[in-house]
Ligand binder design. Structure first.
Ligand code: SF4
Length: 398
């Protein structure tokens, strides 16, 4: 989404750009005519980003190399230690425009936040079919493409890099234009990728009034603290057939420790409220949060039994079950837990088993694998891995 939005913005500003999905490491000379290589990087991709940088330095010394994306924002010092010409922290549109028009000069780190008003004047993200087709996403057999109706999250979960980030919303009209664009590209489904789309009743009302005009099926992210019967009704009546939700754990003690500000009872009610309206729930869990023990895992397992025992009639008229995913906590540097671990806080029951910054930095890899760099006083890294595999194998199969 970030790259598609930047590409559309640059085009709208009269700057020629193209999107390279798979950088050709074998034939870097083919990039010789470019003035800049701009890399959007998440932390697990950092090795490739650094590789592109070093190849460019060696074979394309005239080209200016820029890094942005979450890795640049949360691992700024690490990026500074690499010979990037520019590092973009946060929003990319205005910063890239400055860099590509030469106005940034030799300024290395640029942080140019975009206001809510500005972002609603930008062109909608560029959705070219051949580019979109590289990303396959389905829910209940519906092929979907992604869309953001807002950026940022006001919640304070201490394991999350997006906690307490400013919420900026796109207008329903801006969202509607994007839905039409997605439909024109041949998709029936939309995956709304906001951190939490159901932040308030008013916002859900405004959005669903727009969404319902477009006759789509969709999935969005909800939150157990804000989900009500009224919100669930609005979602269901506008085409929502599935919600994702971060339930994290079945343990109230851990929910409180990580400042999730939800209760296990609210999480249960969320499932019942959605399922009663035919909305399937995909719940996301994290193993290895501070204080994880065999007892808290037993509580999570109990919750999984409840979640997966529910039955509902799916979009195709058949009986279906809820779904879940389970990863192992990776302490990214932008999270409050990592800050406290680095500060040596004694009350965080979580220890590194290896230096996380020397690893790839992924919490979910091929076939659901996790890169495990932590343990708690009660559970080793191997215990966490075994538990993850056991719970996925036991309950995903239901
Ligand atoms: S985990 Fe979800 S609700 Fe919590 S801060 Fe992150 S995005 Fe927001």
């Amino acid at each position: 989404m970030g790259i598609m939005a930047l590409h559309a913005y640059l085009k709208g500003s009269g700057i020629e750009s193209s999107i390279e999905i798979d950088f050709d490491f074998e034939h870097v000379e083919k990039y010789i005519d470019y003035s800049h290589l701009c890399i959007s990087c998440m932390t697990p991709q950092k090795d490739q980003a650094y590789h592109i940088l070093h190849l460019s330095r060696q074979f394309l010394p005239e080209i200016c190399v820029v890094i942005g994306g979450p890795h640049a924002s949360h691992y700024l010092e690490e990026c500074r230690s690499q010979p990037f010409d520019h590092i973009v922290v946060g929003d990319g549109e205005l910063a890239l425009e400055e860099i590509l028009t030469g106005r940034a000069g030799t300024q290395r780190v640029l942080e140019r936040p975009v206001t809510e008003k500005q972002m609603n004047t930008f062109p909608i993200p560029y959705r070219e079919k051949s580019f979109l087709n590289h990303y396959e996403f389905y829910f209940q057999g519906v092929r979907a493409s992604t869309l953001l109706t807002s950026k940022g999250c006001p919640m304070s979960c201490t394991f999350c890099e997006d906690a307490r980030t400013k919420v900026r919303m796109y207008t329903p009209e801006y969202v509607g234009r994007q839905i039409e664009d997605i439909k024109n590209a041949g998709y029936q489904g939309v995956m709304f990728f906001d951190d939490v789309m159901t932040l308030s009743k008013k916002r859900v009302y405004d959005l669903t009034q727009e969404i319902v005009k477009h006759d789509i099926l969709y999935r969005c992210f909800g939150h157990a603290r804000t989900m009500t019967n009224e919100i669930a009704d609005m979602l269901q009546q506008s085409g929502c057939i599935e919600t994702g939700v971060g339930m994290e754990t079945g343990s109230q003690r851990i929910l409180d420790t990580v400042m999730k500000k939800t209760t296990v009872a609210q999480n249960r009610q969320y499932v019942l409220t959605c399922n009663a309206r035919g909305i399937r729930v995909k719940a996301f869990f994290i193993l290895g949060l501070p204080g994880e023990t065999r007892e808290t895992i037993a509580e999570t397992e109990q919750f999984l039994q409840f979640l997966m025992a529910q039955k509902l009639i799916g979009h195709h008229g058949k009986v279906i079950h809820n779904d879940f995913d389970m990863t192992i906590f990776f302490p990214y540097s932008g999270t409050e837990i990592r800050r406290r671990m680095d500060a040596g806080a004694m009350d965080v029951d979580l220890m590194f088993t290896t230096n996380p910054d020397l690893k790839y930095g992924f919490y979910k890899g091929a076939r659901g694998s996790s890169e495990i760099v932590v343990r708690t006083s009660g559970l080793s890294a191997e215990d966490l891995r075994e538990t993850q595999q056991r719970l996925l194998q036991t309950y995903k199969a239901l």
